[in-house]
Design a protein around this ligand. Structure first.
Ligand SMILES: [Zn+2]
Length: 300
């Protein structure tokens, strides 16, 4: 219900903002709002390692060539088949028990995840939750020895199974994820790590409504940031997310960082860096890309 109300509220703001911009060329005001918001505290910082524009192009060519080899029409005409993803939660605490979560808190996070993906082919089913006290894993960072030992010890299932690790992660990161294409070369590393305080009602305001998990699962299903590639085509390889020069913070309604490209920045999209209260959208193109990537690499 919170998300529903939030959507209404920001959709109304969006309509109002569009009217203001079209009537008064008012975009400078939106930028000011963003700057004010960004000085309030931490900024969203996702640690998911994105490829360079050149690497992304090569990966895309490889993906398309494989698909065309194994799927008669490359999968383009394939109906989007609903997929239920089994989810395995791994809660990491320190030796004093800091970071422990109640089942209700985890269930609230699962509800936000399912609500975020409700307009897509994906739904998520919590299978089990483990809690492990480990002071090294508690402050895990991407690429660290702590990450590999944590995942080696705790990961369960195969390519189609979503392992979510919740910890007081370091480097000021809210989370990180692995892409579907990474699974074959490093299956143990597969999964999503999120900051404990990013769960609904957590301490990481304004990123404490649970949308960090939605964002990271977007990566896990094959989506890039909306600002991938900046203003250059093909950007995030999704045609209905307008090009965006850089991450948007706060909720800068009407921001248009690529004035030479169609559309204003997709600041309401889960794959941008805006506040949780600002992000509520996946596009039809993202749904298609996520389905193609995850059906091919994950068998979903
Ligand atoms: Zn990200």
């Amino acid at each position: 219900m919170i998300t529903f109300n939030k959507n209404i509220s920001y959709r109304s703001l969006w309509i109002l903002g569009s009217l203001l911009i079209s009537l008064f060329s008012f975009s400078a005001s939106a930028d000011t709002v963003a700057k004010d918001k960004s000085t309030e505290g931490i900024l969203r910082h996702c640690g998911t390692e994105h490829p360079s524009e050149e690497e992304a192009e090569l990966q895309e060519q490889y993906f398309n060539s494989l698909r065309q080899k194994f799927v008669p029409d490359g999968g383009y005409s394939q109906q989007l088949i609903p997929a239920t993803v089994n989810v395995y939660f791994h809660v990491i605490t320190d030796s004093a028990g800091n970071g422990a979560l109640t089942q209700a808190e985890i269930n609230n996070q699962m509800n936000v995840l399912n609500s975020g993906f409700s307009a897509t082919a994906f739904s998520f089913n919590l299978v089990s939750t483990t809690t492990t006290a480990n002071n090294s894993w508690f402050n895990v960072t991407p690429g660290s020895g702590a990450e590999s030992s944590m995942k080696s010890s705790l990961r369960v299932g195969g390519a189609a199974d979503l392992n979510v690790y919740v910890a007081n992660i370091g480097r000021g990161l809210l989370g990180w994820a692995t892409f579907p294409s990474s699974y074959p070369s490093n299956p143990v590393n597969d999964g999503v790590v999120i900051l404990t305080g990013s769960l609904p009602g957590g301490s990481a305001s304004p990123y404490n409504e649970g949308d960090t998990l939605v964002h990271e699962v977007g990566h896990w299903l094959g989506l890039y940031h909306t600002f991938q590639g900046g203003c250059n085509n093909p950007g995030d390889f999704v045609s209905d997310t307008p090009a965006e020069a850089s991450p948007a913070f706060g909720c800068p309604v009407g921001r248009d960082s690529c004035p030479g490209s169609a559309g204003v920045d997709p600041i309401f999209n889960f794959m941008d860096y805006t506040d949780d209260s600002c992000m509520f959208q996946f596009t039809a193109g993202q749904n298609t890309r996520a389905s193609q990537q995850s059906s091919f690499y994950r068998g979903l």
